[in-house]
Ligand binder design. Structure first.
Ligand SMILES: [Zn+2]
Length: 254
């Protein structure tokens, strides 16, 4: 495997390990469409899949997937016998469908708890079926294996998987965040660290530099003089207005 491709696949698998606890030994569910593509491209799935994952991979299929192979001949034009013999190499994991049903629903019932941290029985999915892959992408937390022509491939995490991973990170970070909020509230109330605020006045030593500025004093004196003048003018005006009022009153009384 080439360097960049190997790094991308390991990065994807690391994502699922960190965020969804999906790790070696991997449990991979495969269906008839993948076997059909493997047969067409002369790929031995039992050999190539562990090489791609660089880990132990237990490959399974289901009863529903086996029954679907019956319809492969009409859908893909490949001998159903060949796909069936490939699929039958792998153990059949039991499912709750008494009558063989839709493979998409069957696989979904297996990986439904992939995003739960409690459940340890998590599954990857290997298929060429676009509907099954799309359903798994929308569910999130499901590693997807497929064949791109002759190249085995693990899809990068879907947007849903990334969103779920982000939510998990946020939940883990919440206690720390709440601590910060509490510290901020204490600071705003002045409860937290009163000694630091008490130290500040000690730093102020020596004369106030503003007191040494003589020029500014002169300016303040002139300003005070003008202020006094304004006050005097106002005082002069007040009695004048009173006089006018008394004159008006006297005139009215006459
Ligand atoms: Zn089933």
């Amino acid at each position: 495997m080439k360097g960049k491709r190997f790094k991308n696949i390991q990065k994807t698998l690391r994502f699922y390990k960190i965020n969804f606890e999906i790790e070696s030994p991997y449990r991979l569910l495969i269906d008839g469409t993948l076997c059909n593509a493997a047969y067409a491209n002369h790929i031995n799935l039992a050999e190539q899949i562990p090489k791609l994952f660089q880990a132990d991979v237990k490959i399974y299929t289901t009863k529903c997937a086996l029954s679907e192979v019956e319809s492969l001949q009409s859908r893909f034009g490949v001998s159903r016998g060949t796909s069936l013999t490939i699929l039958k190499q792998f153990p059949v994991i039991p499912c709750n469908h008494l009558l063989a049903g839709d493979v998409k629903d069957c696989f979904a019932s297996k990986y439904r708890n992939n995003t739960e941290s409690v459940d340890k029985n998590k599954f990857c999915v290997g298929t060429q079926d676009l509907e099954i892959r799309d359903h798994a992408r929308k569910k999130g937390g499901v590693p997807l294996f497929c064949l791109k022509s002759k190249v085995p491939h693990i899809e990068p995490p879907s947007e849903k998987s990334k969103a779920l991973a982000y939510e998990k990170i946020e939940q883990k970070a919440l206690p720390k965040h709440s601590k910060k909020v509490l510290i901020d509230i204490k600071k705003s109330c002045g409860v937290d660290k009163p000694s630091e605020t008490a130290k500040r006045p000690r730093k102020r030593k020596g004369k106030n530099p503003l007191s040494c500025l003589k020029k500014k004093r002169k300016l303040t004196e002139t300003q005070s003089v003008t202020a006094k003048c304004r006050k005097r003018q106002r005082r002069k005006k007040e009695p004048a207005s009173d006089d006018i009022l008394t004159l008006v009153k006297n005139a009215a009384s006459l």
